[in-house]
Structure formats: structure tokens, C-alpha cells
Design a protein around this ligand. Structure first.
Ligand SMILES: [Zn+2]
Length: 209
């Protein structure tokens, strides 16, 4: 697990952490390691901009961000190249799944708005491992959606920096950002590299204190 420094309820899983969606024993193990409840809330991820408020654990329908203010309900998303984002707020936490579609749809802004509208001021955010502009080759129809974040892959084709774009969307928050690229790291799943069904898990929770 990657634990961003200074965060009280944030962990980015690696390939070795396992996929909690298909492996409940791994979820229990991870929960034990993190000292959090093992009944998590998750969603059917659809690359949109919908945010759900978790008031119970289990599957909460179609969305790409989950907010909770309940210390008993860790919230989780799964990625393999898309960008996992955690936003810690006063009395609440959000976890976000953002690929280029979700980023363009405004999923990070929607999660921030959901926190604010429920009375929780965002304090800091962590951006986990995703496919970097070094490797995220896209067509011009995608690149055109992210002016200012278009670059080149290491092999010279057009790429975009989705994590960089999301960093900007996080406005004035303190942001920690992973430097890992899923495509080139042996320790992370990459859909682009392997067309795998496996995902790494990102979990966020509100500590009891
Ligand atoms: Zn890369």
C-alpha cells in the first residue's frame, strides 16, 4: 500500500495488495492492516461525474466518487491507469475514480462540491498512481479536451496528463501526488499494458478520534 504522508485516512493499493472486489479475504487483510472496518462502500464505476454519499457499506449503484462522513464506512474505488483521488475534508472524506471521460465531465469538482454542500471543508488531496503523460497515448479528440495538458509519450505520440489536469481542478488544496506510472511499473496493474481485469484498490476513511 502507498500511504500518502500527512493523510489520516488514505491508502493506495498496489497489485500486490489484491483486488477487494473479487477477493473478500484480501479486503479483510487490508482492513486489518489499516485498522479500519472491513465492510466498505463501493460503486459501479461508469466514467461519469456522479457522486454518492455513503450512508451504508456495500455497492451503492453507478457513480465515480463516494463521500462519507461515517467513520464506520471506508469508501473505495478501483483503477488500472485511471486516476484515483482522495480528498480529506473536515469531518468527511471523498474517493474519486477519474479517467479522461470522468475528468472531462468534472468528477473531481463534483466531489469537492458534494463535500462543501454537506458542510465539510476540503483540506487536502492525494492523487495516486495512474498512467502518466509518458505513456498515455491519446487521439486528438481526447487531447483537445485538455488544453494545457497535452504532451508526448516517450515514443513521440500525443499524450495527455490527466493527473496534472486534476491537480489543477483541486484548486488551492494541498496536494500530494504519486510519481508512479501504472504503465511502466511492475508493481501496478495497467489496462493499457495488459488488458487486465485486475485493479488496484484505493480506500479512504474517516478516522475515529
Ligand atoms: Zn509512463
Amino acid at each position: 500500500m502507498i500511504r500518502p504522508p500527512g493523510f489520516s485516512g488514505a491508502a493506495f493499493g498496489t497489485a500486490a495488495s489484491g483486488d477487494f472486489r473479487v477477493d473478500q479475504q484480501r479486503r479483510k487483510d487490508i482492513s486489518n492492516d489499516l485498522a479500519i472496518p472491513s465492510d466498505w462502500a463501493f460503486v459501479h464505476q461508469v466514467h461519469g461525474a456522479a457522486v454518492v454519499l455513503a450512508t451504508r457499506s456495500g455497492k451503492l449503484g453507478e457513480a465515480d466518487a463516494i463521500v462519507t462522513s461515517d467513520p464506520g464506512i471506508p469508501v473505495a474505488i478501483a483503477t488500472a491507469d485511471c486516476v484515483p483521488v482522495i480528498v480529506e475534508a473536515d469531518g468527511a472524506v471523498a474517493v474519486v475514480h477519474a479517467g479522461w471521460r470522468g475528468a472531462a465531465a468534472g468528477i473531481v469538482s463534483a466531489a469537492i462540491a458534494a463535500l462543501e454542500q454537506s458542510g465539510h471543508s476540503p483540506r487536502r488531496a492525494a492523487i495516486g498512481p495512474s498512467i502518466g503523460p509518458c505513456c498515455y497515448e491519446v487521439g486528438t479528440e481526447v487531447a483537445d479536451l485538455f488544453p494545457g495538458y497535452v504532451g508526448a509519450t516517450t515514443w513521440g505520440s500525443v499524450s495527455v496528463d490527466i493527473a496534472g489536469y486534476l491537480h489543477e481542478q483541486l484548486g488551492g488544496l494541498d496536494v500530494w501526488r504519486s510519481s508512479e506510472c501504472t504503465y511502466t511499473s511492475d508493481e501496478l496493474h495497467s489496462w493499457r499494458r495488459d488488458h487486465t481485469k485486475q485493479r488496484q484498490v484505493t480506500v479512504a476513511w474517516l478516522p475515529r478520534d
